[in-house]
Design a protein around this ligand. Sequence first.
Ligand SMILES: [Zn+2]
Ligand SMILES: [Zn+2]
Length: 154
Amino acid sequence: MTVSEQRLQAAVERLKESGVRITPQRHAVLEFLLNSKIHPTADDIYRALEDKFPNMSVATVYNNLRVFRENGLVRELTYGDSSSRFDCDTDEHYHLICDSCGKIVDFHYPSLYEVEKLAAQVTNFDVTHHRLELYGTCPDCQQTTSINLSGTLL
Ligand SMILES: [Zn+2]
Ligand SMILES: [Zn+2]
């Protein structure tokens, strides 16, 4: 069994233990998420699966994502008014976001708990968590830009 198959099976077990019924659609959404490195939106998931499940709606996808979130299987990343992205890596990690294509890449770095502690001391907040996002241009987009630039030079 591959690592992703093991993760899928563990996730299915966790859902079953909390009494969640595993429908074929729910299984497919979960499988897609666990194999996805792009932090997809609900729309991305819907588009990837609509051929296989013509009766599935975006609302179904959202409903499944909510169930997964409530069971600690995904994290929802909200960005103002643009649609949420979903991350099935629930370990503490940070994100790099490409300004050109919106891609989100994981970046593992020791968690900055000292910052939380200091912020709590200074502000008297009960600090629960933090997010750190780094912005820039991904390698793919850097290449596209340089091709465009040489194009204009010619
Ligand atoms: Zn990019
Ligand atoms: Zn992530």
